[in-house]
Design a binder for this molecule. Sequence first.
Ligand code: S3P
Length: 166
Amino acid sequence: MKNIVLIGFMGTGKSTVGRRLARRLNYNFIDTDQAIEEITGLTVLQIFAKHGPKRFRGEEALLTSKLVNKEKLVIATGGGLVLNPENVRKLQQNSVLICLEASPEIICRRVRNKRTRPLLAKGNLQENVQNLLKERQGAYDMAEFTINTDEISPDEIVDRIMHFLG
Ligand code: S3P
């Protein structure tokens, strides 16, 4: 059985859904942001502020390489991890990629109070979300299965993923 990788924009519920999906499948759960924070001893915000986005993307690439040989994993990726085609290529070797999506309005509502995301911390939230979504659509289209999460609960999302996995 392949690993399950959840991809998609910030605020689409990858971590919440991933944790529950892992429990349902009896798989281990990895949240790439959390793993990078544990490896570096810094928060995502601190990595961006002190070392810049390149360093963070480097940590994502390193972690992705390490995950290639592992089994029985549900992986919730940071929203930018699949922008690197090399990461996608590696993940596709042993994983099913599933995208969680949401409308810009819902994303803004979900991330509004949590300014822990360096890419959304400055400037106008709506504009940032809209611009990044436009830039990234191609990367999120890599998924084999996409679920819109605007109006359904995390448990319903898990049900749909389980149904898709068969
Ligand atoms: C990012 C998404 C964040 C985190 C970092 C960059 C992105 O993860 O990796 O702030 O580029 O979309 P979440 O998608 O879990 O918020």
